[in-house]
Design a protein around this ligand. Structure first.
Ligand SMILES: C[S@@+](CC[C@H](N)C(=O)[O-])C[C@H]1O[C@@H](n2cnc3c(N)ncnc32)[C@H](O)[C@@H]1O
Length: 220
């Protein structure tokens, strides 16, 4: 699959997929979007000091890097599913870590270069398990129960089979009571599907350039 690196309006990179006519992030700002949807309305809202986190779509590793940088002493067990991993040529060009210390740049590369299907300690308090699999067929019940889910698949209009009742059911079953799910998507039918699968959903203001996003908490 051909992927093209592009700059978004906040100066951070994203990838464009011509085949789907889809970007990995908001063109208004990849880092801004990730900070708003996944950090401020995700990990920062989680009360636990030790968090089991599931990400749908490791992609550029942006959410993982920002989670590592903004976790505020929380211990994170980060599980990320990805069907089409980036190549080394692609991830080496990404500018997400370039304004940080050389240590952070090294951690970002380590996240990408670390082996798949293995639990790797990236830094004390942050453990990454990347799984090279297809969410549609992957058995989540082999993983621990989750406190937080970053649902960062391509948009429902481009990849409808990632936003189905069956997928939300298997994610919900793997979530602890009170677990948070957050996504950039604000569609009413997705909100209803998540609600049907046991999440109390809210529409929150979206990141710059997007009106709304969805946030939910698993029923107790
Ligand atoms: C919107 S992008 C976001 C990726 C990542 N969170 C980031 O910030 O770069 C969606 C990701 O889902 C991955 N993906 C697509 N289909 C998938 C599938 N069936 N199972 C797992 N991952 C998939 C894509 O390759 C892509 O990396």
């Amino acid at each position: 699959m051909k992927r093209i690196i592009e700059l978004t309006e906040d100066g951070s990179h994203t990838l464009y997929l011509p085949e789907l006519d889809e970007h990995f992030h908001s063109v208004h700002g990849a880092v801004q979007e990730s900070m708003h949807v996944f950090i401020n309305n995700g990990v920062n809202r989680c009360q636990q000091t030790e968090i089991h986190l599931l990400e749908v779509g490791f992609g550029t590793g942006l959410n993982a890097l920002l989670t590592l940088l903004h976790r505020k002493e929380k211990v994170i067990h980060y599980y990320s599913l990805e069907k089409y991993p980036l190549t080394e040529e692609e991830f080496c060009q990404l500018n997400y870590a370039q304004n940080y210390s050389s240590e952070t740049q090294a951690l970002f590369l380590l996240m990408h270069k670390s082996r798949w299907e293995q639990q790797i300690e990236i830094t004390p308090g942050f453990e990454l398990t990347k799984l090279n699999c297809d969410l549609r067929t992957f058995d989540l019940s082999d993983l621990p129960a989750f406190d937080l889910v970053y649902f960062d698949a391509f948009a429902p209009g481009k990849q409808a089979d990632m936003w189905t009742d069956a997928i939300f059911q298997k994610i919900s079953r793997q979530c602890k009571p009170g677990a948070i799910i957050t996504t950039y998507c604000a569609k009413g039918d997705i909100r209803r599907l998540l609600q049907k699968n046991g999440f109390a959903m809210q529409r929150l203001p979206g990141p710059p350039g997007k009106r709304e996003m969805l946030y939910g908490e698993k029923d107790h």
